[in-house]
Structures are given as C-alpha cells and as structure tokens.
Design a protein around this ligand. Structure first.
Ligand code: GRF
Length: 234
C-alpha cells in the first residue's frame, strides 16, 4: 500500500498547533485496516501516531502485526466480562487513559459499544464500515449488496455515535459492481480502498480539519452537510 504522506492542504484551522495525536486502534481480527493506519503514520508529517492496538480477542491476528511494528498492544478479553458490557468497556477505557490516547479508531472491532463508552470519545472515535452508509449497516454487507443488485458499493469512515453504523460520515470509497462479482471479489476491491480512505480520514481528524459539531461532520468553510466529505472512486 502506498503511504499517505500528506493530507491535501485544502483548509487550515487557525490557531491549531500541529502535534501528532496519539491513536489507539481497536481490532478483533486480522487487522489489515490497522496495518494501513500504521503504514500511514510512519510518515513523520502524518498528524497521528499509532500509540496502541487493543484487541478484545487474544487470538486476533492483527496483534502480531502490531507487535512486529513495535507498537504497544493490549488484550481486553470480553469473554472474561460475561454479561458485563460496561465492565469490559471500563477496562478498555482504563487502558486507553493509561496510554494517553487522543483518538480511537475502530478497525474490524466486533463489539457493540454502549452509549457510556461512545460518550467518552464523542468526536474522537471513528469507524470503518464496508458499505456505502446509510445502506447496509451491520454484517455481511457484500453479500447483501450483491443480493440487492446495487450498481455501486464501497466503504465509509464515520464518527461513532451510540446507534450502530449511523454516525456522520467523513469519507467514502465507491466501487462499481462487476457482473461476475462474488462476495469475495467485491470484498477485496472494497478492502483495497478501505486501506486508502481510513488513513485519509484519520489524518483529517487528527489535523482538526474535520470535527463533529452538533452531530454533524464539519469542515471549516463548508456548509453543514450530511454527505461524506471525501469520496474516492475505485
Ligand atoms: C473491514 O472490512 C472493515 O470495514 C470492517 O471489518 C473489516 C475488518 O478487516 N469493519 P481488517 O481486520 O481491518 O482486515
């Protein structure tokens, strides 16, 4: 994957100092999006550093990838907190605070989060979802897009709000459907673009070029809008 070396200098936010934000990536599995964020953050000009990777599964493949990059990792095993979602989240929150995290990126993190946790990170927590939101929230998005016969599909980076996959969008990547697409071919084309839009969106947030204001994704100089700020076409 190519590096995202610079966020296009389309906007400035007066009075903002450029300090690299400390980011935690929350994963549950292979962590390819996590890897794309780590790769982008290798560039010293990128406004965020990946300071921590947290997994709710001790066997998540992404943990090894993070360790290989000398990134701190933590496992908060949700199975230990049977029927105690808040207890699990308090443990995650404690790790995030201990590492002085500024921004949380969910990247294939397969736990629903309570309003309490979401509130702790309001405007500072983003997620990547493999569909063009608001379509196909939830799981099995590629299969559902194929079954619905849509012409375009893709991925969305959005702010996290208490309702699942519903927060204001920062960036989308779109692909055209091919006649012979299967869920696998579609997933692989979409994933390649996920790896490009997630670093872009995190860069914009870390640079304070996008913010969550009154429930909307705002960028200085732009009109209030519910549409994604960036749209990438594959
Ligand atoms: C990605 O498709 C992401 O959009 C979704 O879960 C998948 C995670 O893949 N939320 P990876 O673990 O980043 O490889």
């Amino acid at each position: 994957m190519g590096r995202v070396s610079a966020i296009p200098d389309i906007l400035t936010w007066p009075g903002e100092e450029m300090t690299r934000k400390r980011v935690a990536v929350l994963i549950s599995g292979r962590g390819s999006n996590m890897a794309s964020l780590i790769e982008a953050a290798r560039d010293p000009d990128y406004p965020a550093e990946i300071a921590l990777v947290v997994s709710n599964r001790p066997d998540a493949a992404g943990l090894a990838g993070a360790r290989a990059e000398n990134i701190e990792t933590a496992v908060v095993d949700h199975t230990v907190f049977t029927k105690d979602r808040e207890g699990f989240e308090q443990a995650v929150q404690a790790v995030l605070e201990q590492h002085r995290i500024d921004i949380v990126c969910l990247a294939g993190f397969m736990r629903l989060l309570t309003p309490w946790f979401v509130r702790q990170w309001e405007g500072r927590m983003i997620n990547i979802h493999p569909a063009l939101l608001p379509d196909f929230k939830g799981l099995n998005t590629h299969e559902r897009a194929l079954a619905a016969g849509v012409k375009e599909h893709g991925a969305t980076v959005h702010f996290v709000v208490p309702e699942m996959d519903a927060g204001p969008m920062i960036a989308q990547a779109k692909v055209k459907m091919h006649e012979d697409d299967t869920a696998e071919t579609l997933a692989s084309r979409v994933l390649a673009l996920e790896h490009r839009i997630y670093p872009l969106a995190l860069g914009l947030l870390a640079d304070a070029r996008v913010r969550l204001v009154d429930g909307h994704c705002r960028v200085e100089g732009a009109l209030p809008d519910d549409n994604a700020l960036l749209v990438l076409r594959g």
